[in-house]
Design a protein around this ligand. Structure first.
Ligand code: COA
Length: 288
């Protein structure tokens, strides 16, 4: 069981908006922010899910949660969500762009609308929220903090999730761009690139049915395990806290080494047994 990393008051007095905060990783990160003293606004399209999660998180942590319905694809809804958050808590200090949409599919099977839908949720949604909060922070001279959840295939691209790869690549470019442009306004912008952290929502869309047992993610990770939600929550809390005050424009990978294992030309040699290495060593030593 992984423990919380920061001291109890590490986020005291901060208000953090977490898009997609009603379920999965968004819920795990929000819960930890509350434990550290933050007020949290959770948003998604499903108010019923949000309201239930908010009550659960409040009773578990004693913190204050505001549940707001918001489709991040629509700027007007984002602005209304931000204004309601300010009205409730007085100020918003940080934005966690966590809401995402994704499913596996050969690209040629996708309709144009399917492709756009993922781009709209992931890229346009993150842009809409960052834009609304950025305008608010700059106009009111408030130090802001944007944390974007991307993925390791934002660097490499990935087959079968092409709309998501395009969108996450865009979010990564936005992270680095805004870090420079808005740094002078005391707005920090960073990203986290998580590897496999199982959640119901993602696993049903990315490893449906028997794929979960046939395609075991643990084998793809040098550490031979998937991530624990608290490990991600620890990193996210650090990045939205003042303890990371000089980190700006960074993307931190938290994947047990997964993407590098996939990238290294000889990484598959982990299949070679010690006995086979004996024979291979003889051959490589005798090569002239
Ligand atoms: N394969 C191919 N096309 C698909 C699809 C699939 N599995 N699922 C949806 N689509 C298509 C739809 O057919 C539609 O295209 P069309 O109008 O040409 O028929 C388009 O995608 C939009 O689907 P719709 O269901 O109307 O959109 P939505 O906004 O309600 O849902 C999704 C968006 C599809 C991304 C949905 O999976 C979702 O809501 N995800 C949110 C949670 C999530 O994905 N989290 C990330 C987990 S990793």
């Amino acid at each position: 069981m992984i423990q919380g990393m920061l001291r109890d008051d590490a986020l005291k007095g901060k208000t953090i908006i977490v898009t997609g905060g009603g379920t999965g990783l968004g819920k795990a990160m929000s819960t930890y922010f509350l434990t550290l003293g933050a007020n949290v606004v959770i948003t998604s399209r499903k108010l019923e899910v949000l309201t239930k999660t908010a009550a659960e998180m409040e009773s578990a942590t004693g913190g204050k949660v505001l549940a707001l319905q918001c489709d991040v694809r629509n700027y007007d809804e984002v602005e209304a969500m931000m204004n309601a958050s300010i009205a409730q808590f007085g100020q918003v200090d940080a934005l966690l762009n966590n809401a995402a949409g994704n499913f596996i599919s050969p690209t040629e099977r996708l309709s144009a609308n399917a492709f756009s839908t993922v781009i709209d949720i992931v890229l346009k949604g993150s842009v809409n929220c960052s834009l609304a909060l950025g305008k608010y922070w700059i106009a009111n001279k408030i130090s802001g903090n944007i944390l974007n959840i991307v993925t390791t295939y934002a660097f490499t691209g990935s087959a079968y999730v092409v709309p998501s790869a395009c969108a996450k690549g865009g979010v990564l470019a936005m992270t680095r761009s805004l870090a420079v442009e808005w740094g002078r306004h005391n707005i920090r912008t960073n990203a986290i690139a998580p590897g496999p952290f199982p959640t119901k929502g993602a696993w049903e869309r990315l490893l449906p049915g028997e794929m979960a047992s046939k395609f075991d993610f643990r084998n793809r990770v040098p550490l031979k395990r998937v991530g624990e939600h608290q490990e991600l929550a620890n990193l996210a809390a650090f990045l939205v806290s003042d303890f990371s005050g000089y980190i700006n424009g960074e993307v931190i990978t938290i994947d047990g080494g997964e993407w590098l294992q996939g990238a290294g030309q000889f990484s598959a040699l982990e299949m070679v047994t010690p006995e086979m290495w004996d024979g291979i060593e003889k051959m490589t030593r005798s090569a002239k």
